[in-house]
Design a protein around this ligand. Structure first.
Ligand SMILES: NC(=O)c1ccc[n+]([C@@H]2O[C@H](COP(=O)([O-])OP(=O)(O)OC[C@H]3O[C@@H](n4cnc5c(N)ncnc54)[C@H](OP(=O)(O)O)[C@@H]3O)[C@@H](O)[C@H]2O)c1
Length: 346
């Protein structure tokens, strides 16, 4: 990695957050040159230093003029920040890769998981979104399964780690756990109920139809990424007292009979998917095994006992890596390959 012209100049907005930190870890693993990275966060973090491959990178307060020298701007902050800063970044000639939900369902914004719909990058007009961290592993699995038979119906239940709600939620689970073990009062800032030693069957706010926004995001994003707006899909999202990695139980009904062995063979050969176990013993993926891994992990594949054209399986993926930072970096790599970064020739 000697020719620095091969690397787009990056701005990372939200560099001090849960996703921003993992984004820097992954760039460091890839030896991305420090001089090509500029870090941004809110005014609270301005002046902080973050160490990166033996360099100290300074964090600047992000504003609309921050991106004049950037080819690619990763935004990992909340939706208001994306809505405020992304148009300015596009106007200054950069490609924005946004981790939040602000633009995901907009017609002119590709929503991309490179293993599934890399070609959608082609129609970007300056902004590309990454999906919700539960949608990404689900579409990777469904995209493979639809090669076996048309999918008639999908149901997924999630078991989502607290890091999916950002670094404050990680602190909340840690503090509640310590306090409960020491017989002290607990505080709640992020979640409406105690999360330590419990479960919360609510992720994000409720909507008119009694589903939550997170459940709607998974449903709508899955249809958009798979280009299958008729897909019949329902979802229940649950927050669990796990720090890192989201898990899902997925049931898929097909039009035709599908053999479990075919599913096993298909997943074993799919890019970005690791299959664990043979379904007969205690060998299957768990969140603690998958933390820090790039692939999504699948196990416990079996026939649905209530429907002989259905299968059930378990999947686990690192929400901060493939669910967020890694997917964003892979989108940038695909955009470089496809020549879709404005003002940048590799
Ligand atoms: N966590 C996940 O698993 C996951 C997965 C997929 C997508 N996402 C999305 O990624 C985004 C970030 O999530 P996160 O989990 O990393 O959250 P987080 O840990 O709470 O971090 C938020 C980041 O945003 C920065 N920020 C806040 N206000 C800002 C402002 N006005 N200008 C610039 N930066 C500002 C914060 O900087 P300060 O430190 O200065 O406050 C911090 O760096 C969210 O949109 C989330 O939906 C998260």
């Amino acid at each position: 990695m000697t020719n620095n012209n091969k690397f787009p100049s990056l701005a990372i907005v939200g560099a001090t957050g849960a996703v921003g930190k993992v984004c820097l870890d992954i760039l460091a693993e890839k030896n991305y040159p420090a001089e090509k990275i500029k870090l941004f966060a809110s005014e609270r973090s301005a002046g902080k230093k973050i160490s990166y491959n033996e360099n100290d990178l300074i964090v600047y307060e992000a504003d609309k003029n921050s991106f004049k020298e950037s080819n690619v701007v990763f935004i990992s902050a909340d939706s208001e920040v994306s809505l405020y800063l992304a148009p300015a970044a596009v106007n200054s000639g950069a490609l924005v890769i946004d981790d939040g939900s602000a633009f995901r369902m907009k017609k002119n914004v590709p929503l991309v998981v490179p293993e599934v719909n890399e070609d959608d990058i082609d129609f970007h007009e300056g902004i590309i979104s990454i999906p919700n961290c539960t949608t990404t592993p689900l579409v990777m699995a469904l995209d493979q399964l639809r090669k076996l038979s048309k999918i008639r119906r999908v149901h997924a239940s999630t078991y989502q780690a607290v890091s999916g709600s950002g670094s404050l939620a990680v602190a909340e689970l840690r503090d509640q756990t310590e306090n409960i073990l020491n017989n002290k009062e607990i505080s709640k800032f992020v979640y409406p109920h105690q999360i330590a030693f419990s479960l919360i069957p609510q992720v994000d706010d409720f909507m008119e139809d009694w589903y939550t926004k997170e459940e709607h995001k998974m449903i709508n994003e899955t249809k958009k990424i798979l280009h299958d707006y008729d897909l019949s899909i329902s979802v229940t999202c649950v927050r669990v007292p796990v720090f890192y990695c989201h898990s899902e139980v997925v049931s898929v009904d097909f039009e035709e009979d599908v053999d479990v062995q075919e599913v096993v063979s298909l997943f074993s050969e799919s890019d970005g998917i690791k299959l664990i176990g043979n379904g007969k013993n205690e060998n299957y993926p768990t969140p603690s095994m998958v933390e820090g891994e790039d692939d999504i992990f699948i196990g416990r594949i079996r026939k649905d006992l209530s429907n002989n054209k259905g299968i059930n399986f378990w999947l686990v993926s690192d929400n901060l890596r493939k669910g967020a930072a890694l997917n964003a970096i892979q989108i940038m790599e695909s955009a470089i390959k496809l020549g879709k970064i404005p003002n940048f020739d590799s």
